[in-house]
Design a protein around this ligand. Sequence first.
Ligand code: BMA
Length: 839
Amino acid sequence: MKTIDLNKNWQVGDEDLSLKGMKGVSVLKDRDNWYNTDLPCDVRQPLIRNGIIKEPLEKLNCYESEWVEERSWWFKKTFLLTPDQADSTCPVDLILDYVDVYGDIFLNGEYLGCHKSVHYPFKQEIRRFLHRGENTLLVRVTTGLERVSDQPQVKEVCTEVRANRGDRGDYRRVLLRKPQYAFGWDWGPRVATCGLGEARLEFHAPLEIGDLKIYTSSLEDDKAVLNLEFEVIHHDILSTREGQVQISVTDPLRQTVYQDKSDLFLRAGVNPFRRKITLNKPSLWWPRGYGEQPLYKITMQTGDSRATETFAIRTLRLNQDKIDSKPGERRFVFEINGVDIFARGANWIPADSLFQRVDDKKYRTLIEEAAEMNFTMLRVWGGGLYEKDFFYDKCDEMGILVWQDFMFGCAHYPDRNEEFRELVTKELTYQINRLKNHASLVLWCGNNENQWIFENTSRREEDGFLGGEWIYDNLAPRLTHLLSDHIPYWNSSPFGGDLPNSSQAGDCHYWHQCMMNPEMEKRITPEEYDRTEHKFISEYGYVGPCAKETIETYFAGEPIDRTGEIWSHHNNTFEKDTVAAGIKKHYCDPENLSLDDYLLYAGLVQGLMYNYSLESFRFKEFCGGGLYWMFNDTWGETGWTVIDYYLNRKISFPYVRRAFEPQKLIMRLKDDLVHVMLCHDGADDFEADLEYGSVSFDGSSLNTEILSVKVGARSQKQVLSFPKPDGVAAERVVFCRLKGSETIPALLREVPFRSLRLTKPQLGLSEEERTKESVTLKISSDKFAHAVHFGLSPVFLLSDEYFDLLPGESRTISIEIKEGREVSLPSLDELIMNCRSVF
Ligand code: BMA
């Protein structure tokens, strides 16, 4: 198959909503005031570039471009075809990705049809419309809102409206197959998107490979058995024909490890085939931290056309076995190559309020930052988007598992409507087929929180129609089984047990217990997370502000006033004064803090909350994962993330990284006993001496003992319990550390930091190595030092920061310059001057 890329040199212009159909085609013939653009393009992008509207994600600007919803947007592109191309005897498809959302498509003055979903591409065979020489493509798009009515069945629930943010949310969203967050959410403004994704022509060959599915069915005795299913398409409706297919597989070093050639007798159209492939000594793919991510390639050739697919060798099981020691309870843990994997990670949402703006570079940086924080999983949340191929490729490459929601979130969906059913069936079919070969993809999930909403809805009593259950309980389990039975399906997140969010089975959104608890104390007390007995935490979160540089960006020149309108506009709906309360509990009275101090303490509290809670989940024997809400942002705000919309790390970033270290010590206090968990994801058994006990903050009194501890490969174990050491909690710290190992010591925090009686430590800094791009430093402290940091601009990336040092302890860290930033590293003197601890 040959393709012609149609992404460059488009024109776009707006018209009255009443202009449509063939009338539009003739009116627009003579239009000359177009904006130039390339695809992908949200209509706001050319408007920003041409100074018609201001960047909607800054200040209060999002309101200013609401008129975009009231216009129709016409995209125009001319392209040239050679006689061969125009007269092609094989099918030629026009493909338009991410049409947002109602798109009327015209080619050379002919109407091709109306597309109504962002969630699968417009695809149509268009040979008969093509001209030699110049061709003109015209696409009219709208937000879709003008075409749907506020039908009664969608009225009841819409969580963003209930969150008391009157300017956000729109009941009509459930009738539109587009990213649901576009109408506003607790973490994002209403910027009703409208636009076009990428466009191309696909010229088919007489004989070609169609769909291809490959996965590991078993691993035994150093052999991998792969199941391969593929289609050979014979583009002739009248004849059968002889054909041949050649299959070759190359390993990660590009050595051919499998080859096969077979003769085929082909019917007209699609011919499906199956093969089993056995590979000796396979290199197994592991989630990050558990091993490597070797990728194989399969190439299939038939006639003159060739198809390739990247895949990995690994088995997958969602282990939901009974827990013998807990009758009635079941596990929920992903098993890769027979090993339980603790899902360390967070929830992914579209990376921009204008999702068409997200490019590969942004995906790359975000996923690399997830890897940097030792993630093993991202959950693609159901209120957003099925992301582009690049996202999933990158997750394969980095060893980050993907939990894929289908795109339904926080609402009832009108699935008794036939047209809606058809759109959804096409969407699921397309997406399952597109994503099923990714090594990273480990779960299909019906939706976000809709069963939880069913639980609380009164509609069940009214007429029995909940809206959506046909999709999650009928269509999705059947389609996923039919098209990708190697990937498990789960009805919703949260789901499992007697009711969604139960602790007996399945996953849980741990919101109401802590961050969304009406009682403030529960929101800001990290120990609350120790109470969970849930089997997998797929959502929970804690809010924190962005770096000052980011805040300055979204204030766009306005003075930063924490009591002003811009601040509260860019404040998460669920923040509800939690940040200040957290500062007050853990650090100091927040009322008169300077902006810098407010940001510092707010960041430290967010870091503490995430670090502690993620450790709590990891500590639990039967918890299969902890995914915080949420990994990335669509704009700049005080909110859930630890890396912001502008890709600046927040203070809390290193706290998450430390909680997720592949080798990790965790301590928890219960009934005056200190329990020590050693998590070890490495591929070999591990043995070391563990020092445990307590030390006074000034280092003068050290009371420790040594125990030799052992843990098997890729496992975790409670290695020790010891009575809580004597002493006043505010004057000494209980800790444990592995001798001769880089593993970060575990500290027990018994009282809020603000009540610790600390004296100022002497921090020592020496330079170990320096190049133009990075510097390695050794930092030591004579006394206990809390939250050691430099407070540098976010253009510098530190391998660790805001950590505590025990008396006499040292830590080696590196500082690098962010890619593409023209700055020089601070000198050692500057670093010495900036290096400080808190208190
Ligand atoms: C859950 C999520 C999102 C939401 C988050 C925080 O409901 O699924 O819908 O943004 O909580 O409110």
